[in-house]
Design a protein around this ligand. Structure first.
Ligand code: G3H
Ligand code: 13P
Ligand code: ZN
Length: 347
């Protein structure tokens, strides 16, 4: 089936009480890993590319790799999503390159580092909804700034995140404001800030309610039962992957991610999209380290990229299963972009 709008998939997830992992990609092996996991578990998928990924891999390569994923997996619904669009122009160019869903992250200004004000966020997000919906393209907005409640800081290691130290009010989405934001912008999905951050170093110990504010999700879901909630920075950074990475010469300091059972709790309260990148990065890097340390004479990239791809496949299968996606691929309606566009204009 052709690429599908994200809205269709998230509506199906809501009707059937599951969450959809959105995995980041930069290259062929990562797309292959996701598709292998999706086909083994019969899961629908969201494949997302950040601005950094788009410039690393080039839009043309990415578009054709996605078309290959569609061609090779005709029974799997696939969404192609722009992660953390920093401006309406970025989202418009994603739409030109076949993305079926875009995130306008107006929680930060276009520099992807300075927290914005509410009016700015509403204005740019509304603008993206107006340009995306006539094409049937779904829109994710973000209210609240991603960052750690332990340190007050966003994570800059991946090039996207707030600079400086932020207050708790900035780092936790205001549920009342969320209601107004969704009404004013018309977004299909809302990313919330609850103390998660991008990258490996999220929490200095297993997170409790003081630093991972799941109550905020419950409150937003009570007020906005029909809005699909998105959790960013949701890698779990499992201990076994940290240990594997370190046992082959890696130097990752002890850290904690978002426990899978907290994500499952979120799914019970309206979380429908869960962003995971770091876990796959660690799994792939640990596999590459292992091969190159065990076989220092090896120089055929396939010899380490294939195990890296297998390691990412394992992570994807684990998340697809834990989030309840498995087995749903065949039941997601095959709604075309045009049919989705018509649905938006008639509502
Ligand atoms: O936005 C966070 C994702 O992990 C993507 O990271 O900007 O380094 O591609 P990136
Ligand atoms: P992680 O860094 O926790 O994998 O989060 C990824 C993300 O939120 C991408 O938008
Ligand atoms: Zn994110």
């Amino acid at each position: 089936m052709p690429l599908v709008p994200m809205r269709v998939l998230l509506d199906h997830a809501a009707e059937n009480d599951y969450g959809v992992a959105a995995f980041n990609v930069n290259n062929m092996e990562q797309i292959q890993a996701i598709m292998t996991a999706a086909s083994r578990t019969e899961s629908p998928v969201i494949i997302q590319a950040s601005r950094g990924a788009r410039s690393y891999s080039d839009d043309a390569y990415l578009r054709h790799l996605m078309l290959a994923a569609v061609e090779l997996n005709p029974l799997i619904p696939i969404v192609m999503h722009q992660d953390h669009g920093n401006s309406p122009a970025t989202c418009a160019s994603a739409i030109e390159h076949n993305f079926t869903s875009v995130m306008m992250d107006g929680s930060l200004l276009e520099d992807a580092a300075t927290p914005s004000d509410y009016e700015y966020n509403v204005r740019v997000t509304r603008e993206v909804v107006e340009l995306a919906h006539p094409h049937g393209v779904s829109v994710e907005g973000e209210l609240g700034v991603l960052g750690s409640l332990e340190t007050g800081q966003g994570e800059k290691e991946d090039g996207h995140g707030a600079e400086g130290v932020l207050s708790r009010d900035e780092l936790v989405t205001d549920p009342e404001q969320a209601e107004d934001f969704v009404k004013q912008t018309g977004v299909d999905a809302l990313a919330v800030a609850i103390g998660t951050s991008h990258g490996a170093y999220k929490f200095s110990r297993k997170p409790d309610a003081g630093v991972l504010v799941m109550d905020c999700i419950r409150d937003i879901h009570r007020r906005l039962p029909d809005t699909h909630i998105v959790m960013h920075g949701s890698s779990s950074v499992p201990q076994d992957l940290q240990d594997l990475f370190n046992s082959y010469g890696g130097q990752m300091r002890q850290t904690w991610g978002v426990p899978v059972e907290e994500i499952q709790e979120g799914i019970r309260h309206g979380v429908r999209k869960i962003n995971v990148d770091t876990d796959n990065r660690i799994a792939m890097s640990a596999a590459v380290r292992q091969i190159l340390m065990q076989h220092p004479d090896e120089f055929d990239p396939r010899k380490y990229l294939a195990p890296a791809r297998d390691a990412m496949t394992d992570v994807c299968i684990a998340r697809m299963t834990a989030f309840g996606m498995a087995g749903h691929a065949g039941a997601v309606p095959n709604t075309s972009m045009q049919a989705m566009a018509n649905r938006y204009t008639s509502s």
